[in-house]
Write a protein that binds this ligand. Structure first.
Ligand code: KIV
Length: 288
């Protein structure tokens, strides 16, 4: 494998040189093994696992212990990819000390290269403390799914003057706190463009238009593996759900029709031994 793992420094350099940064999610060893063979720069073990892997209605219910299990599976296959571990809801809000300790667990037990947490000005002190502890932090502003109830649902953020100004202030506060990159979710393209031009750290958009320094999309959304709903910013690059159903139905019908397993997928034994088996079992009293 000659793929070179990006670092926080090379990601910032990519912004300076105008090279787009690509990012997706993964939650387990199997999927990460495939992602690792692609040209994707960053993989997020996102709390979107609550929805894509565990079937919850939102990202709120997932806890740190569960996130650590997902991180560990991804890390075993992601040795050459820059990995970000998402801090789940309530793992960084209670106190700065708890936030630093939990970020440390994501690094030490989840084997991630960095952590991500949601919020702007309101979490800037927490971000600064985690960065001071030597942990790279990715910010996440705009639509922050963990606080969707407070934001009035999964809607576009920063459409009016006041909330657009707040997004700019959030980005500047995170940059000052020391983040190495910021995810900007579902904001009008002109706001994302302004922030991308204003800050030195890479802005990675999801529903933020084409001017961001990079783009992130949830793996299950882009591959067609999550079909409960599909937001406007999602583009399906494959239909693996349909492919899976086709394969599963083919297996089921081949088994029912006696076409699988064929000789090719079965194991033989010497005819002589097969012939002696029943007689031998009778001798041992196992068969009558
Ligand atoms: O958890 C997640 O997958 C995310 C992405 C939407 C960026 O935060």
């Amino acid at each position: 494998m000659d793929k070179k793992k990006p670092t926080v420094l090379t990601l910032k350099q990519m912004k300076r040189e105008g090279q787009k940064i690509t990012m997706t999610t993964a939650y387990d060893y199997g999927m990460m093994s495939q992602v690792a063979k692609s040209d994707i720069d960053i993989v997020l073990v996102g709390d979107s696992a609550a929805m894509t892997m565990l079937g919850y209605e939102s990202t709120v219910p997932i806890d740190l212990e569960t996130m650590l299990v997902f991180c560990q599976g991804v890390a075993r296959a992601g040795k050459h990819t820059f990995l970000v571990g998402d801090m789940p809801f309530m793992s960084y809000e209670v106190s700065v000390e708890k936030a630093v300790a939990n970020a440390g667990r994501i690094m030490k037990e989840g084997f991630m290269d960095s952590v991500k947490l949601e919020g702007g000005e309101r979490v800037a002190d927490t971000v600064a403390a985690i960065v001071r502890a030597g942990i790279p932090v990715m910010g996440h502003i705009g639509l922050t799914p963990q606080s969707a109830s407070q934001l009035g649902g999964f809607t576009v953020q920063g459409k009016d003057l006041q909330s657009a100004k707040q997004i700019v202030k959030d980005a500047l506060a995170l940059e000052k706190a020391g983040v190495f990159a910021i995810i900007m979710e579902v904001v009008p393209a002109p706001v994302a463009k302004l922030v991308t031009e204003l800050v030195q750290v890479p802005i990675i958009g999801i529903g933020g238009g084409k001017h961001c320094d990079g783009q992130v999309m949830v793996l299950h959304d882009m591959l067609g593996l999550f079909d409960k709903f599909s937001p406007r910013f999602v583009k399906r690059y494959a239909h693996l759900g349909a492919e899976m159903q086709k394969a599963l139905n083919q297996f089921a019908s081949e088994v029912r029709e006696g076409r699988f397993p064929s000789q090719e997928h079965s194991f033989s034994m010497p005819d002589e031994v097969a012939g002696q088996l029943v007689a031998g079992l009778k001798e041992d009293g196992v068969l009558k």
